[in-house]
Structures are given as structure tokens and as C-alpha cells.
Design a protein around this ligand. Structure first.
Ligand SMILES: Nc1ncnc2c1ncn2[C@@H]1O[C@H](COP(=O)(O)OP(=O)(O)OP(=O)(O)O)[C@@H](O)[C@H]1O
Ligand SMILES: [Mg+2]
Length: 402
């Protein structure tokens, strides 16, 4: 009897067919559990605190009709007013306290990047974007990682809710303006999202093809995201980009679009070595793409910091090497963030902590500290831009009068 010849190609075709049916069953199950994301709700005192006014001021505006009737909930025998972040932004608008980038300053693009995986790039980009939205800024958050974790955190299930055209791919490979079709509204009125899907992985391969390098109409592969963002950045104050743990074309495009790079590092030996390698590669990239890369600032953010003596020693070593690049606020290891990741939630979106109230409050305090410091760096970039604009005007009028 002749032995059956093993046919690898047939095996792959069959596996893909059976896998497709399995995927459909999984998607059906996911659809049944599909939840609509909502924002946490606060009483009037917290709303007033966030909007920087008094509770009485809000009540007066509502009575005068300068703000819509508030939503009410029963709390025992009384009715309480409740507000979410979107309504708090409306209060800020009504009292003229909505922050924005200053006149004469452009949208700043902040990229969370590191070669190393698992260092909290996604956690920190998601929480930075939501912190900014909570403060009232107009934000575009870009998920440039095919793992699509940020996308999931906004309730989008990649293969269920999103299809071709709903990620960065068309803007990077066809026409920059296609980014407008990829932008999705979220449950935050002032935070839009460019989602990611697993298919986005193909971008790296596609942009590395020789014919792409010669594509005159679209420009060099690493600058395409920057070009695409120019189409939409007048609508936003700050763009935040989450990147994959590699230096493929997606990361490279994000770096070439960045004004500010935030590099999360976990203060462990292996992660520190990887940061050295990352700087070496970045330097080579700058030499290769001198005209495309215009990063104005890089800040190192220590993440997942534990209390061990070894970690403390490592932080002293990092401080000695990178001192001025290091943000003074850091993110300690916290159960609250471990839990929120498994639930695909940001902790700015939960009003009831799943663990202890103390752990939750400490996590929020740390996040606010880190995010305020990064926002300060953004504000400094806005100031620099305004100053250089003034200097350029003065120089040209001095030239004209001489
Ligand atoms: N401060 C923290 N304390 C505890 N857990 C954290 C903290 N920051 C992040 N994590 C957890 O670490 C894991 C990795 O974080 P995250 O996905 O943000 O890293 P990443 O750099 O984006 O990873 P990747 O390179 O795979 O994209 C997640 O489970 C996240 O919840
Ligand atoms: Mg990530």
C-alpha cells in the first residue's frame, strides 16, 4: 500500500477554512456580549471642582437656561444632579474655561514609543489621551498597533465593528486624506479614535516594498502618517499615538510625526539594555531620515516601578545616565492598572474601584501626576512655537525696514 503524501499546502487551506468557521462562532459570541461604553457620572460638587467653578454657579446657569436642564437620579428621598465628562465640558464652555492650544500654536503630536514590549506604552497613551479629554482638550488618539488594545478599550471589536478603511492603512498606502474616513467618534465628545485591526500588520510589509520607496505622489514611506495628520490636525489640540513594540514602518511613521516622544521604561536590567539599543537605532534612523524626523523633545517615563532595592538601585543608575530626560513623576506598579487592562477599561472611566478605594485613589494620583507633567511639556512646545513665530515676524519686519 502506498503511503499518503503529506501535503502542507492542503493542510494550510483546510486549516484556514476550518479556522474561518471557528472565528465566526467566536465573533457571534462576542457580539452577544457587546457592551456600549459609557462615561462615569459625578455629583455637582465634583463636576464643579473639575470645571473650576462653584456648584452654585452651575445651578444658576441651569436656572437661567445657559446650560441644559441637568439629569437627575434618585438618592434615597432626594433627587441629585449628575454629570459626566461631556457635560462637564459643556459647563466649561458656558463659563469660558475650556482649555485649548493657544492662538498661533499648532497641534502637538505625542508618541509613546519603545522597542520593548510590555512597558506600558498602551496603558500610558490611553490614560494620557483620556486625561487630556477629561481636562477639556480636543484629542485624536491613534492606535498604530495591530494588537488593537487601545481600540478595544473604546468598545470597538476589530473584526466585528471595523472593516477595510477603518485604520491607518489606506492613509499610508493610497491617499493621505483617507485618514478622515478612519477617524471614529467615541463616547467622549472631545476624543476621536483612529482604530487598529490585526490587518494593519500588513502595512509594515507593504511600506517596505521597493516600489513604495519610489512612490512620488505619497512621498517616502516613513513620512506618510505625518502627511495624513496634516489633513486633520486643525481640528485637535493634541494627537496621541500608541505604537507597537518594534521599529517597523508603523513605529517609524509615528516617530517621524512626533513633536514629543514619551519613552516608557520599566527599571529592570533587561529593559534598560533595550533602551540603549533603542537610542542607537533612533540615532541611525535620524541619520537616514534627517529631513523627516523632527522630534523636539524626548521624555523617559519610568513605569511599573516596584519597591525592591534592586529597582531603586536601577533607578539611580538610569538617573545618572539619562537624568535630564527623566520625568520626575513615575508610575508605580499598581493592582488597579493590572485589573483595568484585563477588563479593557481605563481607570479614568470607572467611578467604583474594583479593589480598595485607597489603591484606586493612589493610582489616579500617580496618573494625574505623570499626565500633568507630560501636558506641561506640550505647553512648553506651544510656547516655543509662539516665540519662534514672534521672532520670525520681528526679523522679517526688521529686514523690510532696513
Ligand atoms: N503601573 C502599572 N502597574 C501594574 N500593571 C501595569 C502598569 N502599567 C501597565 N501595566 C500592565 O502591564 C501590561 C503591559 O502593559 P501595556 O499593554 O500598556 O504595555 P505595552 O508597552 O503597550 O505592551 P506591548 O508592547 O505589547 O504593546 C498590561 O497588562 C498592563 O495592565
Ligand atoms: Mg501596547
Amino acid at each position: 500500500m502506498q503511503a499518503m503524501r503529506f501535503n502542507f499546502r492542503t493542510l494550510c487551506r483546510n486549516a484556514a477554512e476550518r479556522g474561518g468557521q471557528m472565528q465566526q462562532r467566536l465573533l457571534d459570541a462576542l457580539e452577544a456580549r457587546h457592551t456600549v461604553k459609557t462615561l462615569p457620572e459625578f455629583g455637582i460638587e465634583r463636576a464643579a471642582q473639575l470645571a473650576s467653578c462653584t456648584a452654585n454657579h452651575i445651578r444658576n446657569l441651569e436656572t437661567r437656561g445657559d446650560l441644559p436642564e441637568p439629569r437627575m437620579v434618585e438618592a434615597g428621598s432626594i433627587q441629585r444632579r449628575i454629570y459626566n465628562y461631556n457635560e462637564i465640558n459643556r459647563i466649561r464652555d458656558a463659563i469660558g474655561k475650556r482649555p485649548s492650544r493657544p492662538n498661533g500654536a499648532g497641534c502637538v503630536r505625542v508618541v509613546f514609543s519603545n522597542l520593548k514590549g510590555g512597558v506600558a506604552k498602551t496603558t500610558m497613551s490611553l490614560h494620557f489621551a483620556q486625561y487630556l479629554a477629561r481636562e477639556g482638550y480636543r484629542i485624536l488618539l491613534i492606535d498604530a498597533d495591530p494588537q488593537a488594545t487601545v481600540t478595544g478599550a473604546f468598545g470597538f471589536i476589530p473584526d466585528l465593528d471595523l472593516g477595510d478603511g477603518d485604520d491607518l492603512f489606506p492613509a499610508l498606502t493610497e491617499t493621505p486624506s483617507l485618514i478622515t474616513q478612519a477617524i471614529k467618534q467615541t463616547h467622549w465628545d472631545n476624543l476621536d479614535l483612529v482604530p487598529a485591526r490585526l490587518a494593519l500588520q500588513y502595512t509594515d510589509w507593504r511600506l517596505s516594498q521597493p516600489e513604495e520607496r519610489g512612490n512620488e505622489a505619497l512621498g517616502p514611506p516613513p513620512v506618510r502618517l505625518h502627511r495624513a495628520l496634516k489633513q486633520v490636525e486643525n481640528r485637535y489640540d493634541i494627537i496621541v499615538i500608541d505604537t507597537p513594540p518594534s521599529l517597523g514602518m508603523l513605529s517609524l511613521n509615528a516617530i517621524a510625526a512626533a513633536n514629543l516622544i514619551v519613552m516608557p521604561i520599566v527599571p529592570h536590567m533587561y529593559d534598560i539594555s533595550s533602551s540603549v539599543q533603542y537610542f542607537r537605532i533612533l540615532e541611525q534612523l535620524c541619520a537616514l531620515y534627517e529631513r523627516e524626523i523632527n522630534v523636539q523633545r524626548l521624555s523617559i517615563l519610568l513605569t511599573k516601578v516596584d519597591a525592591s532595592t534592586e529597582t531603586l538601585n536601577n533607578i539611580a543608575v538610569i538617573n545618572g545616565a539619562y537624568g535630564e530626560l527623566l520625568l520626575s513623576n513615575r508610575m508605580s506598579l499598581t493592582k488597579e492598572l493590572q485589573k483595568s487592562a484585563s477588563d479593557q477599561l481605563s481607570i479614568y472611566e470607572i467611578d467604583q474601584p474594583r479593589g480598595s478605594r485607597d489603591t484606586y485613589n493612589r493610582a489616579i494620583m500617580m496618573l494625574d501626576g505623570v499626565n500633568t507633567e507630560i501636558l506641561l511639556a506640550v505647553r512648553q512646545l506651544w510656547q516655543q512655537e509662539i516665540l519662534s513665530g514672534i521672532e520670525a515676524t520681528e526679523a522679517s519686519s526688521a529686514g523690510a525696514s532696513s
